[in-house]
Each structure stands twice: as structure tokens, then as C-alpha cells.
Design a protein around this ligand. Structure first.
Ligand code: HAS
Length: 559
């Protein structure tokens, strides 16, 4: 499909800017593993300190990259399937909001005025520009959602009985979740954190802020995941050489995400004493519910891949696995997607461990946690994002991929690094190794009386994994920018592989409209969050003053 120059330009910028920032993002990932292994016993390197680096790592990789990509990919899917480009002015407005927000937050982090990690929990205080910057990124991502909703309604009027394309359905569901959950974080930032960070209010209700953050924070992880799921359902079966096993299964899974992505946030707060057990039980129960669409996805994709393998000539029970295009340069998306899916098997299992109230008390705030979430957000999400960014760029620019052979190997290198890293982190976590801690200055420093020899192998494994991932990440960046620097060899068009459905069930109206699902979503959210908010308002005690990460005294007291 032909698209306008302006459309191309926005998409290229939205893909390339966060990938350029990845240089900083993955460098600080590597540095984390080095600090933690005790290979260095310093609080800073190159004038950036440990927590500054960890904040940059989290914000760039988990907020900036994912949000820019979700918007760019949303533009691409809506345009490709509805055959109409979004409003250009809104596209640019959204881009500028997100870019200015990124620059503001980046300045605050690099200047050392926002070492508050990507969760920015109070009482740690950041510079107001950090909060404003993240708010701008979020608001910038809302504009396209409003425009896509308009485009969709127009399309539906003309095609009332045609099934909404799965990718369009997924994009809209993802942004309904996103819009709803970001309302809570917008309130946290604008009403609680900015006035407190400016010193206009003396204290903040930490528990209320945490609860509002997690209203947003767990839905955020599905906002990361759904673009990858859209690719797995609508693109993967095609590039594997087969068909999507069931179109309806995809719809059911997506609508279940709409119901269950938000009302689970308290599973991050099982250890918060302000929230009562009944509320935690309810959120825990729904957390098991939110695993169901992923189980549906696992079975549907496995069946689709088996079908593809058999179509490619496989025999026997497991022969289909061999007959998939693992190293096919022309179908390089397969390598990125399958790498992500393999990691997600482990990411999913560890997530289900976390969801259990009793098991959670063993692993909460330990290294197990980054072990879990790197196999999710740095698994299917990251590999989906970088693979698809390269694909879209190459197709739309008309440029051939730079170094195609290496390109198919990168995802597997990443998977190997990630499995080693996450194994080290998970093992360490089970032995009590804390997360978000510069272990080199204490527990991994042989001269310290706190030295823990049993954390030596775990942190070394994590560092080895980190080095392998860093290498894979750098190779990817070379290939992405190598492709940008190449000469155009064909006409640039917008094209994404589209999987046909093996079981293309007839249109079920319930799975083709949003209203009943949105109403049910709101009811479950109210049931989950009214008691939680009453709890934190009643049980929180006096509010907290402001703190910086490097000083145990409140800012006012240390002046
Ligand atoms: Fe999680 C903490 C529970 C999914 C990300 N999670 C986090 C944090 C992050 C995160 C970032 O209940 C840390 C936040 C912080 O900084 O404190 N998580 C879950 C559960 C799921 C889950 C139940 N998480 C994700 C996803 C994430 C993500 C997805 C990012 C994208 N998580 C938790 C809990 C905590 C938590 C607690 C808080 C713990 C604490 O104490 O702080 C589920 O959604 C997982 C379901 C997934 C599956 C896997 C399905 C497998 C598939 C692959 C199939 C493979 C095929 C290939 C088909 C059931 C789809 C086969 C072919 C071959 C050839 C082999």
C-alpha cells in the first residue's frame, strides 16, 4: 500500500529515536550486571551513578521505547487494515508531545535530579520536569487513540457486518486499557507528586501514590505485551508458512485482556500493610484470570506453528519444530518472534509463581523479580518491537536489510543471554539476593563483612548473560542504522504479512463490539479498586516528606 511522505516520516522518527536511545538503555543494563557482580565496587562510573543508570535503563527501555513503538505500530496497523491514513496533524502533535516529554525526562535523569527508578515511588523525589516529561509522553500517546477510534467508527458504519480485523481490534483494546490505566497515573503525577516535588505540599500519602501507580503499572505490562500478541496472531503464522489456528481464539484472548489487565495491580502490593487481605485475595484471583488469555495464546500459536511445520513437509510428533524457518533471512521476523515466545514460556511460569500470595512473600523485591520480567518485557515484547521496527522500516523505505544473515542470529543470541541472565537472577532471588541494589559495594565485596559468597555464582551468571545480551543489542543497533544508511533499492510501501485463519469462525457479534466488554471492565475495576482506595486512605497514617535516593534524611532536614 502506498502511504504519504508525512506518514512515513512520523513512523521513521517514532521507530528510530527510541532505538537510538537504546544505546544508553542497554549500556545501563550491562552496567547493572557489572555493579551487581562485584566486578566493580563503585557507586558510579563515567559520572553516572548506579541509581541514575538504573532509572535511565528502566525509563528508556520500558517506557520510551514501548510507548513510541505502540503508537507507531498502531498507526501502521490501523492504516494498513482500514486503508486510510490517520489525521496528519494529530500524528505530528502526538510525536512532538512524546519527544518533548522524553527530552524533559532525559534531562532530569542525566542531570541526576530524578534517580527514582521507572516506578518513581514516593517518598523518593524527582525534579518536576521528570514527572511532567513522563506525563507528556503519555498524553502524546492518547491523541492517536482518539483519532483511531474515529477512523474505526467510520469504517464500522460502512462495514457493519464485517469482522473487525484482528490487528485493529487488538490495537483499539490495547489503547482502551492504556487510556484507562493512565488516568490513575496522571492523577498521581499531577495532583500528588508534582505539588509535593515543588514543595507546595509538605507530605504525600505514599500508599495512595503506590496504589495509583500499580493501577497503571500492571496494565502497563499488557500495554507492552499486546502489540507483540497482535504480531504473533496476525503475522507469525504467515511468516512460519501456515495459518492462524483460530481467529476467534485471538478475539477471546484480546477481550479477556480488556477485562483483567487493570484490576490486578495490588499483586504488586501483597507486602503493603495498608491493604487488607480480602482486597489482596481478589486481585490475586484476577491475576490468575489474566494468565488465561496467555494460555489460550500459547495453545493457539503452538497449533498454528505445528500446522506451518506440517505444511512445510514435517513428519512425526515433533518434526514440525524442525521445519520452521528458524534461519530464513527473508522471514527474519520468525526468528525474533519465536525467540520471544520461547522466553515467554519461562516469563509466564515465573509470573504465575509471583501471583501466589504465599510464594510471593519469598520472592518479592528479590532478584527473582527482574529474572521474571526480563523474560516478558525483554523477551516477546522487546524482540517483537525491534524485529518489527526493522521490518517496517525496511519495507517503507524500500531499503534492503543490512547484514541479513547476522540479523537472523541476533534473536537467538539474545535468548541465550537472557536465559543465562534470568537463571542467575532467579536463582539468586531464591537465595535472598535483593533487586535494585548495588551489591558490589557490600554483599559482593569480599572485603565487606556483609559478603555473601553464595551470591557470587548467581551474579556472575547474570553478568555473563548481560554481556551476551549487550553484544546482541549492539549488533541489532548496527543492523538497524546500517539499513537506514543504505541506498533505496525498491519503492517503499507499507506492507505487513497477513495470516489467513485456519478456522475462520463466522462473526460472533459479541466478539466484535466494545460496549459490553468496556462496561464489564469498569464494573470489575470498581469492585477491585474502591476497597483498595478506601484502605489506603484510611490506614496510611501521616504522609511522608521528600527524600533523595542518596540520603536517609528527608530533604528539608538535611538542608
Ligand atoms: Fe509480571 C511483576 C505476575 C506477565 C512484567 N511483571 C512484574 C514486573 C514487571 C512485569 C515489569 O503476581 C515488575 C514490576 C516492578 O518493577 O516491581 N506477570 C504476572 C503474571 C503474568 C505476568 C501472572 N509480567 C507479565 C508480562 C510482563 C510482566 C507479560 C511484561 C510484558 N508480575 C506478576 C506479579 C508481579 C509481577 C505478581 C509482582 C511481584 C512482586 O512481588 O513485586 C501472566 O500474564 C503471565 C501469563 C503467561 C503465560 C505464558 C504463555 C506462553 C506463551 C508462549 C508459548 C510459546 C510457543 C512457542 C507457542 C501463561 C504465549 C512454542 C514453540 C516452540 C518451537 C518451542
Amino acid at each position: 500500500m502506498q502511504v504519504s511522505k508525512s506518514f512515513k516520516r512520523v513512523i521513521f522518527l517514532e521507530l528510530a529515536i527510541p532505538i537510538a536511545l537504546l544505546l544508553l538503555g542497554i549500556y545501563h543494563g550491562l552496567m547493572q550486571t557489572i555493579y551487581r557482580s562485584g566486578a566493580i565496587q563503585q557507586t558510579s562510573v563515567a559520572k553516572l551513578d548506579y541509581y541514575q543508570g538504573l532509572t535511565l535503563h528502566g525509563v528508556i527501555n520500558a517506557i520510551v521505547l514501548t510507548t513510541f513503538f505502540a503508537v507507531a505500530f498502531g498507526h501502521v496497523t490501523m492504516t494498513y487494515y482500514l486503508k486510510k491514513e490517520p489525521n496528519k496533524k494529530l500524528m505530528w502533535l502526538s510525536f512532538w508531545f512524546m519527544l518533548i516529554g522524553t527530552v524533559m525526562a532525559a534531562w532530569a535523569m542525566i542531570a541526576g535530579k530524578a534517580s527514582v527508578l521507572y516506578t518513581f515511588y514516593p517518598p523518593l523525589k524527582a525534579h518536576p520536569l521528570f514527572y511532567l516529561g513522563t506525563a507528556l509522553i503519555i498524553v502524546g500517546s492518547w491523541f492517536p487513540f482518539f483519532d483511531w477510534s474515529r477512523m474505526y467508527m467510520k469504517w464500522k458504519k460502512v462495514n457493519p457486518t464485517t469482522k473487525t480485523p484482528l490487528a485493529v481490534l487488538g490495537t483499539l483494546i490495547n489503547f482502551i486499557i492504556w487510556f484507562t490505566c493512565t488516568l490513575a497515573v496522571a492523577y498521581e503525577v499531577l495532583v500528588l507528586l508534582i505539588p509535593w516535588s515543588m514543595g507546595w505540599t509538605k507530605t504525600v500519602n505514599v500508599n495512595l501514590a503506590r496504589t495509583l501507580f500499580w493501577f497503571f503499572g500492571h496494565a502497563l505490562v499488557y500495554f507492552w505485551l499486546l502489540p507483540a500478541y497482535i504480531m504473533f496472531y496476525t503475522v507469525l503464522p504467515k511468516v512460519a508458512g501456515g495459518k492462524l489456528y483460530s481467529d476467534l481464539a485471538g478475539r477471546v484472548a484480546l477481550f479477556l485482556f480488556l477485562l483483567f489487565s487493570i484490576p490486578v495491580g495490588v499483586h504488586h502490593q501483597y507486602s503493603d500493610p495498608t491493604i487488607t487481605q480480602g482486597v489482596k485475595f481478589f486481585h490475586g484471583l484476577i491475576t490468575y484470570g489474566v494468565a488465561i488469555p496467555s494460555f489460550i495464546t500459547a495453545f493457539t500459536l503452538a497449533a498454528s506453528l505445528e500446522y506451518a511445520g506440517r505444511k512445510n513437509g514435517a513428519k512425526g510428533l515433533f518434526g514440525w519444530m524442525v521445519k520452521l524457518p528458524w534461519f530464513n533471512e527473508d522471514k527474519f521476523l520468525f526468528s525474533y518472534f519465536i525467540g520471544g515466545l520461547i522466553l515467554f514460556i519461562f516469563g509466564g511460569v515465573t509470573g504465575i509463581v509471583n501471583a501466589s500470595y504465599s510464594l510471593n512473600s519469598v520472592i518479592h523485591n528479590t532478584a527473582w523479580m527482574p529474572g521474571h520480567f526480563h523474560m516478558t518485557v525483554a523477551g516477546p515484547v522487546f524482540l517483537g518491537i525491534v524485529g518489527m521496527s526493522l521490518y517496517i522500516y525496511s519495507k517503507m523505505s524500500g531499503k534492503k536489510i543490512f547484514w541479513p544473515k547476522l540479523n537472523t542470529i541476533i534473536p537467538y543470541l539474545w535468548v541465550i543471554g537472557m536465559l543465562i541472565f534470568s537463571f542467575g537472577m532467579s536463582w539468586g532471588g531464591l537465595r535472598g539476593e535483593p533487586r535494585r541494589t548495588n551489591l558490589g559495594t557490600t554483599y559482593l565485596n569480599p572485603d565487606s563483612e556483609l559478603f555473601r559468597s553464595d551470591w557470587v555464582p548467581t551474579t556472575l551468571l547474570a553478568m555473563l548473560g548481560g554481556i551476551i545480551m549487550f553484544t546482541a543489542g549492539m549488533m541489532y543497533i548496527i543492523i538497524f542504522f546500517g539499513t537506514i544508511l543504505r541506498k533505496k533499492s525498491q519503492e517503499g510501501i507499507l506492507e505487513i504479512p497477513v495470516s489467513e485463519a485456519y478456522h475462520d469462525e463466522k462473526r460472533v457479534p459479541l466478539f466484535d463490539k466494545f460496549k459490553p466488554w468496556i462496561v464489564t471492565m469498569i464494573i470489575i475495576i470498581l469492585l477491585a479498586y474502591i476497597p483498595a482506595l478506601l484502605n489506603v486512605n484510611k490506614n496510611s497514617g501521616p504522609g511522608s516528606p521528600r527524600y533523595n535516593i542518596d540520603n536517609p534524611l528527608p530533604i528539608e532536614a538535611s538542608k
